[in-house]
Design a protein around this ligand. Structure first.
Ligand code: ATP
Length: 238
């Protein structure tokens, strides 16, 4: 079966600084795949390379069987990729509703957009309660939910999330990652980069451990959760 995303022997970095070394990974349609690893392992670099924001030194990236290694970011978005960065990129002086409305750009006409925004409210009821509040006044968890809601409205086939739990309190982390599970239920496949390994592995189907720019371990998420090496390095107390 053809994978939604297939990365083979990817090398990437910044100018002459090489960060990613021989990365191969897959995301099957309808699944959540997580990449866990310590600070500085190259997780953000990986998402940036997959989004076409960095020059790739070697290897290939294919989306639904077509080679997109040399495609620019705009092309990748048209082909069904979405990216939520650590900065979330919300418009902080605009309301929740207007931020969502902007995310629904793929739909023409007011009625179509209203319908899409309504779907986002059904999926994230908390956003409906806050719809007239400006994004800058939301809590960290609500902001993250808004970023996920807006990404959902663009209807990507593959949504890449860079540390959605960053800066959130433990209970909010769980809520946020459950939300990622709801996106999968809506048919959106997810590549989830996380430092919070336990929470990410609980929601994911499959996982990769990234260390020093290379994949050191991979397997079904439930296996990684009980793997002693993963537990010793990444699950302590989280
Ligand atoms: P974190 O969880 O702390 O965000 P990460 O796993 O996402 O870490 P990256 O941000 O991808 O790691 O960084 C990987 C390596 O690339 C680090 O050594 C970092 O210093 C380096 N790096 C990141 N951005 C740049 C840049 N613009 N120019 C040069 N080196 C960079």
């Amino acid at each position: 079966m053809r994978s939604l995303l297939e990365v083979n022997n990817l090398e990437a970095g910044y100018g002459r600084v090489s960060v990613l070394k021989d990365i191969s990974l897959k995301v099957e349609a309808g699944t959540i795949v997580t990449v866990i690893g310590p600070n500085g392992a190259g997780k953000t670099t990986l998402l940036n390379a997959l989004a076409g924001l960095l020059d790739v030194g070697g290897g290939t990236v294919s989306l639904e069987g077509s080679d997109i290694t040399r495609h620019d970011t705009e092309d990748r978005i048209y082909q069904g990729m979405g990216l939520v960065t650590e900065q979330r990129n919300l418009f902080s002086t605009m309301t929740v509703q207007d931020n969502l409305w902007l995310g629904a750009f793929s739909r023409r006409g007011r009625a179509g957009r209203d319908e899409l925004v309504e779907e986002a409210y059904r999926l994230f009821p908390r956003l409906r309660e806050r719809k007239l509040q400006t994004a800058g006044t939301l809590s960290g968890g609500e902001r993250q939910m808004l970023a996920l809601g807006r990404a959902f409205l663009a209807r990507p086939r593959l949504l890449m999330l860079d540390e959605p739990s960053l800066g959130l309190a433990p209970l909010v982390v769980r809520d946020t990652l459950e939300t990622v599970g709801r996106l999968r239920d809506q048919g959106i496949s997810v590549l989830l980069v996380e430092q919070n390994a336990r929470a990410a592995l609980k929601v994911a189907d499959y996982g990769y451990v990234l260390e020093n720019g290379a994949i050191s371990l991979q397997g079904p998420a439930s296996d990684l959760l009980t793997n002693p090496a993963v537990a010793a390095s990444y699950l302590g107390g989280s």
